[in-house]
Design a protein around this ligand. Structure first.
Ligand code: MN
Ligand code: MN
Length: 454
């Protein structure tokens, strides 16, 4: 089996790139943090705010941040933008557990947060493990308090309890889908009662006192907060040979980071290069920070305007001539669970960037089946750049399936194909990728930005 490891004679470039990737994962556990980190890297690489330009010219590098939750980057090409862009799109939201609007309560002498999970999770995977709290509290005076608890070695962690095996006779008879139910994902946050207080719920009161002291927030402020419960801890090397990475949030920050790095590292492109990192994919891409929002069209309209070519017709022309890689993870063939995959059309660790001509489920339902002519162009660019790639489907026919943002961009009349990195344990607390694929993904994305229709 030909693998990426054989191609890169010395491992150093793969390993060095993955050290930077792990640092991004550790800093970016929510869509907001992923946006902040991407913005910082973009500024470091000479990108400037789109709004700071009166007019744009070739090789200008610009970014646009939408509501602190998604970011769009452009490197302006030498060709007219009406000839189309080369676009990379990935999502930066990941499955997690969100606090409800009225989360804090006391029961039986314990203080807990009530939650509503976000995205598709096997709920039983999220109990009896260290969890962290990340997010923001927006106060009535307009100020925003950023919160991150559980990542520093000196921080406390929180968590969701599971039943001891000794008393789990009834529980163990339940189907996996209900062994832990959604309404039971309650996060334990305290057990000390407040002193010298008239209040009834003293343990809850003590937590509120701590929050007031540390963050100057009141209970009412939870109403305008976005607090996310995520696995605590850092990305780790995985495997005795350190060939893989185990971390929370690799769906889809592995494609987000590699796509981001690709656009940061290209220069003097012929066609305008674009990278969009969006929110809300795990819940259907709805909302004004998700791919279904008109936000992307509005931003591209601004770019056209600053290039002096905006008209509704020209916007359509630009989209119609554009190419897009919907950069999202796919399933890695797993020898522990071979029955859900079809070996000839599966992605394997170490074999490089993975193209999925179509996703969907039950007879390709809901898929964006990329055109063969487009696939042929992509093959050529990958081969010309000596990028190792593979092709796959998400599992056996009728086994299940999934979707990405591909179909949404295809609605704008551009050529789109799914292209991502293979993952084990997708949507579990700790997902696994191959370092070779991460690096090859970056090379593939860069080749696409530089050389499609060059
Ligand atoms: Mn995804
Ligand atoms: Mn996902």
């Amino acid at each position: 089996m030909k693998t990426v490891w054989e191609k890169h004679e010395n491992y150093n470039e793969i390993m060095n790139f993955n050290e930077q990737y792990k640092a991004y994962l550790n800093a970016a556990k929510t869509e907001r943090e992923a946006t902040d980190e991407a913005l910082a890297l973009a500024i470091e690489h000479g990108f400037k705010s789109l709004d700071s330009y009166e007019a744009l010219k070739p090789n200008d590098k610009v970014y646009y941040v939408n509501r602190n939750k998604n970011i769009c980057l452009f490197v302006i090409g030498e060709d007219s933008i009406l000839k189309g862009m080369n676009i990379l799109g990935a999502h930066i939201d990941s499955p997690r557990i969100d606090l409800k609007q009225n989360p804090l309560y006391e029961q039986d002498g314990l203080a807990l947060f009530d939650t509503h999970y976000y995205g598709g999770i096997k709920k039983y995977q999220w109990v009896a493990s260290p969890l962290a709290i990340h997010g923001v509290v927006c106060k009535k005076d307009g100020s925003i308090v950023k919160i991150s608890v559980g990542e520093d070695d000196n921080d406390p962690v929180v968590g969701i309890s599971d039943l001891l095996v000794h008393l789990a006779g009834d529980q163990m008879q339940k189907k996996a889908s209900v062994v832990i139910e959604g309404e039971d994902l309650n996060v334990l946050v305290g057990s000390i009662p407040a002193k010298n207080s008239e209040e009834k719920e003293l343990v809850k009161q003590n937590i509120l006192n701590l929050l007031k002291e540390k963050y100057d927030i009141e209970e009412d402020d939870f109403i305008s907060a976005e607090l996310e419960i995520v696995p605590a801890g850092k990305a780790r090397d995985y495997g005795l040979d350190r060939s893989m990475i185990m971390s929370y949030g690799q769906d889809d920050r592995v494609c987000a980071y590699t796509s981001l790095r690709a656009i940061l590292d290209v220069e003097n492109v012929k066609r305008t290069a674009c990278c969009i990192l969006v929110d809300k994919e795990e819940v259907g891409s709805i909302g004004n920070t998700g791919m279904h929002s008109r936000s992307f069209e509005n931003i591209v309209s601004k770019v056209l305007d600053k290039l002096g070519v905006y008209s509704p017709l020209n916007l359509n022309e630009c989209f119609r001539n554009s190419y897009m890689l919907s950069s999202d993870v796919t399933v890695a063939f797993d020898p522990n669970y071979p029955s859900v995959s079809e070996p000839k059309n599966s992605a394997y660790f170490g074999k490089g960037l993975c193209f999925a001509k179509y996703t969907g489920s039950r007879g390709k339902s809901g898929c964006n089946d990329a055109n063969a002519e487009f696939m042929a162009k992509i093959r050529k660019v990958m081969d010309d750049n000596n990028v190792y790639f593979q092709t796959s489907e998400l599992g056996r026919v009728d086994q299940g399936g999934g979707g990405t943002i591909a179909y949404i961009l295809a609605q704008l009349d551009m050529e789109v194909i799914d292209a991502g990195i293979a993952v084990q344990n997708m949507h579990a607390q700790y997902e696994v990728t191959s370092k070779a694929d991460v690096y090859e993904g970056y090379l593939g994305y860069k080749a696409f930005l530089k050389d499609m229709d060059r």
